[in-house]
Design a protein around this ligand. Structure first.
Ligand SMILES: Nc1ncnc2c1ncn2[C@@H]1O[C@H](COP(=O)(O)OP(=O)(O)OP(=O)(O)O)[C@@H](O)[C@H]1O
Ligand SMILES: [Mg+2]
Length: 252
């Protein structure tokens, strides 16, 4: 069986800088893979290539046994790989429920059209999706609130909900707990623990408690290169990882 999502010798250059240097990765279904490494290690660049947001300079991305390297972000999303949207992609004036209906409708129709907002109310499938996601992200009691009125932690959960509403098989999360208070962070970790039962997750995260609490496999990048890969226990004691994190707080 091929892995659900794979990268083979994926590289990306920006001018003279090699941001990601021949990184290979295999993600098995229904696992949580964490990608860690110091600032500037190439984590976000690698992620963007998996999501089809950024073209690799060389190497390939696979979804099951299909090579998806040249597909754009819309096509990759349609295959079932969703990257958590940024807050800026939340529509602030729409309600929480309406925000979820946009990607839910796109998932049921296969395309993203803003003018589709008008017949939204009649799209039964989309309503079912948004209802389920509202429960998953625990914003059921906020459904009629404008997104702009949500707290920061709630906005981040809604952002995750937008990705979930596309009904992905793989969820790519770039620092989902960044900027959160300890309480918000705990809520996000609990939510991810529920989600992992049904969705394969690849997560970039600086918070080591979050990483070690969630991940099955941890993958460490430094200066664009993979320096270690293993279980959380193996990574925690890995000398190269300790070294990479020296001066940036260490691995807890
Ligand atoms: N669009 C771009 N143009 C030029 N250089 C870029 C671009 N995007 C990223 N880089 C550079 O590539 C390297 C890797 O950046 P990247 O954002 O992938 O790191 P990261 O591991 O996500 O870091 P952080 O932990 O700070 O989010 C950095 O040196 C960065 O400055
Ligand atoms: Mg980054």
């Amino acid at each position: 069986m091929p892995p659900l999502l794979g990268a083979r010798e994926l590289s990306r250059r920006f001018g003279g800088l090699v941001a990601v240097d021949k990184v290979s990765l295999a993600v098995e279904p229904l696992t949580v893979t964490a990608l860690i490494g110091p600032n500037g290690a190439g984590k976000t660049t690698f992620f963007k290539m998996l999501a089809g947001e950024l073209q690799p300079s060389s190497g390939d991305v696979f979804f099951r046994d299909k090579r998806i390297t040249k597909l754009n972000v819309t096509r990759v999303a349609q295959l079932g790989i969703a990257k958590s949207f940024q807050i800026t992609q939340i529509f602030p004036k729409l309600t929480v429920e309406e925000n979820l209906l946009v990607p839910a409708l796109a998932a049921t129709r296969g395309s993203f059209r803003v003018d589709a907002l008008i017949p939204l109310a009649s799209a039964k499938g989309a309503h079912e999706i948004s209802e389920r996601v509202l429960q998953q992200i625990d914003l059921g009691d906020r459904r009629r609130m404008r997104a702009s009125e949500l707290s920061y932690g709630e906005k981040r959960r809604l952002e995750l909900g937008l990705a979930l509403a596309t009904q992905p098989e793989v969820l790519l999360l770039d620092e989902p707990t960044a900027g959160m208070s300890p309480t918000e962070r705990t809520a996000m970790v609990e939510l991810l623990k529920e989600l992992r039962k049904t969705v394969t997750i690849v997560i970039v995260e600086h918070d080591m408690d979050v990483v070690f609490g969630l991940a099955d496999r941890v993958f460490v990048l430094q200066d664009g290169r993979p320096i270690a890969e293993g279980t959380p226990a193996e990574i925690r004691g890995h000398p190269k990882v300790q070294e990479a994190y020296l001066g940036t707080g260490g691995v807890a």
